[in-house]
Ligand binder design. Structure first.
Ligand SMILES: [Zn+2]
Ligand SMILES: [Zn+2]
Length: 267
């Protein structure tokens, strides 16, 4: 069992220290726990552009140092991987890439959380939207995720249909953009995560939805697992259910990372 997607109190909206997440992983019998807090907003002038969303820029080095110290301390008991869940802003991609190059990270998750400058988790953004607006937003989101794969800077793409989080209706809007996105991800040979935190939002369930997972299988997209825990108790949440479902869908392997190297694991 492993879990590559966890947060902790530095981001301002998660509970507990990194050690709490590592200890929870041990309690639950995981062999690998990935620490992957939200990246600071490196492209903003302010040190702490959005308290409650991500850590200050000035805290990033301390975050990595603490995670690496835990990697050493727990060696032999559990594999602690040092990662980041990075925002993907096309206009700042080079800046982010240069920051990450300074650190000996195990992996990077690339996630899109913002569309047209507005946080996707804000319910208000969807209140006035009609069907055409939702379809356009879904397509725009898929295109951004495809672009994040093509940027070639991430090992994993986070929650690739999280746009449904505060607007569950979006999940059922059909568009060829979803298949285009999956083909782009397969061509870029980037891994996507099955993320079980959808259950904590209005959409329920996992990211991505079952229909997307089926098509991902068809295109040969590779997978990993992440709980996206913002509470130590959610570490590893539904790992076994995800494994069963992926086997049922015909997947035979998934992946973890070490020093940016992809490691295949049987499902
Ligand atoms: Zn978060
Ligand atoms: Zn995320």
């Amino acid at each position: 069992m492993f879990d590559l997607h966890t947060h902790h109190e530095r981001c301002g909206h998660a509970r507990g220290t990194m050690r709490d997440y590592v200890e929870s992983a041990i309690t639950q019998g995981l062999h690998t726990i990935g620490l992957s807090d939200h990246s600071p907003f490196f492209g903003e002038a302010a040190d702490h552009a959005l308290p409650g969303v991500a850590m200050p820029k000035s805290t990033f080095a301390a975050y990595i140092a603490e995670a690496m110290a835990l990697r050493e301390e727990y060696w032999g008991r559990i594999n602690v991987l040092v990662g980041v869940e990075s925002d993907y802003f096309p206009e700042h991609a080079e800046l982010y890439r240069n920051v990450y190059a300074r650190y000996d990270l195990d992996y990077l998750i690339g996630s899109v959380h913002v569309l047209d400058g507005v946080d996707l988790f804000r319910k208000e953004r969807w209140e006035q939207a009609d069907h055409a607006d939702l379809k356009a937003a879904r397509e725009q989101y898929c295109n951004l995720v495809a672009q994040s794969a093509e940027a070639g800077m991430f090992d994993v793409l986070g929650h690739i249909d999280v746009i449904k989080a505060a607007c569950p209706e979006i999940a059922s809007i059909a568009t060829p953009a979803v298949d285009r996105m999956l083909r782009a991800i397969a061509d870029a040979d980037t891994v996507i995560e099955v993320n079980t935190s959808g259950k904590t939002k209005d959409c329920g369930g996992w990211y991505p939805s079952g229909d997307i997972l089926e098509r991902a299988r068809k295109y040969g997209v590779k997978l990993t697992f992440g709980s996206d825990a913002h509470d130590p108790e959610r570490v590893g949440d539904e790992h076994e259910n995800v494994r069963d479902e992926l086997r049922r869908l015909g997947f035979r392997e998934w992946y973890v990372f070490e020093r940016r190297r992809r490691i295949r694991m049987p499902l």
